[in-house]
Design a protein around this ligand. Sequence first.
Ligand code: 13P
Length: 252
Amino acid sequence: MRKNIVAGNWKMNKTLEEGIKLAEAVDKLVSQGTPENTDVIIAPPFIHLAELAKRIDTGKVKLSAQNCAAEAAGAYTGEVSPAMVRSTGAEYVIIGHSERRQYYGETDAILKKKTELALENDLTPIFCCGEVLEERNAKQHFEVVKTQISDALFLLSEEEFGKIIIAYEPVWAIGTGVTATPEQAQEMHAYIRSLVNKRYGKQIAEDITILYGGSCKPSNAGELFSNPDVDGGLIGGASLKADDFYAIIRSF
Ligand code: 13P
């Protein structure tokens, strides 16, 4: 059955001490209760993962990395492998965030490798896709998202693909305060589900969780999540305040 998910991407924010405080505050709020069939995930910086795994109830607040290496091990200074991420207790990894694509040159070919290696190491990829403003204005947004998803994911087996979570994050909505309208989100999510249906069939398309990301906050989450193909959110700025993050979780 399809899961609802609210995931917090902290990006490059919070020292270890600050991160422990935020994670413990989220953990405390989540222990008061969450809507049925809704998973909560936080994605702090790498260096927080092992410590947070010891301090929070990871049955209720699951841990994700924000990135991982495309190689398994070896002489890759500064990189963190999927196996290392998994060894901290994290169960998820965000792959292909637009900031990684834009600032670190991550291509669909690199993201394909990262996704395959993450799956091999028992991590669930949260695969991000989305168009920039010029592409939407040129009405290329469907084509752009189709290429991102098919190039990086559509060579996976059915079994592998069945583990993927997709996050649609229109780049023009990230950190800008401009949210996609519920209609724009629903339209793209339905399109993504139709692509999955064509490639992997009805059951996998029905079951895949597709998250929306981009200026999602307590005041608009309810309207976004009420769409039939929007199964939750990948939250940036609003995940840095425990109360806002919890309000978004409760808005299902
Ligand atoms: P904001 O919620 O800050 O717009 O960020 C969204 C995002 O990029 C989550 O990955």
